[in-house]
Write a protein that binds this ligand. Sequence first.
Ligand code: GDP
Length: 280
Amino acid sequence: MTIQWYPGHMAKAKRQVLEKLKLIDVVIEVVDARIPLSSRNPMVDEITSHKPRLVLLNKSDLADQAVTDKWVTYFEDKGWASLVIDAQRGKGMKEIPLKVKELCKPLLDKFAAKGMNPRALRALILGIPNVGKSTVINRIANKKITKIGDRPGVTKSQQWIKVGKEIELLDTPGILWPKFEDQDVGFRLALTGAIKEEIFDFQETVVFLLDYLKKNYPEKLKNRYNLTELPEEVGELFDAIGKRRGCLVPGGIVDYDRVAEIVFRDFRQGKLGTISLERP
Ligand code: GDP
């Protein structure tokens, strides 16, 4: 999904999320495991601070597992619950209900102390566009969306999905905007598909990527483009890849636009291997 964000949109998105938050007990925040911080909304901590929260590091199939492990430790150190998942293939998702119940134990204890029968815990999936919120919901719903009637303060059209007997999930996710204030964050969002291709500079984005790969994944870069050495300058790297891939214009000059296109697509299609674009 792609969305253009303007101040009006942002205010509306925030309002809609705040409305949904009133209905729920626990927030399930989906982030992209390749960029766990860059794929978070800057105000998510603030607006969800009064609710228990589980962070799902999704698209783990595309991320570097060693780096993902470090992110899990990072989140643990902050005292946040997190799970590593691949929603497309359904990996790691069985643990979600267990984690949710663990996080909501204080609430369940409160019900018990009042002698009340514990009601189902209500959860909301939240995140920026394209991190996989709908995929997570569809996986959990298993295509069977059960309408479970009205809840106090819930409009009639609001539907809940039953997850076992103990959890109910709102069928539409909360959507927040990504952060744009930092240029590197913008590059990471562009590379992972969170922002539209029309709104970022292709060549600049690929310069960022090649620079990063050169420092962090030199072997993967060499393997993909059959290079024995990696040149110092990123311009020379464009030349080397262009020559390997036959991206030449008459006169033997390398066509940088085509090189950028190839490297960008290779990254998007996972042809460079599993890569994390952000480290704790
Ligand atoms: P939303 O905008 O957050 O609801 O994101 P979607 O659920 O629409 O997913 C965005 C894209 O990411 C889709 O093309 C999904 O197929 C893909 N996707 C979602 N989860 C995963 C995952 O775990 N691994 C991979 N490789 N792709 C995923």
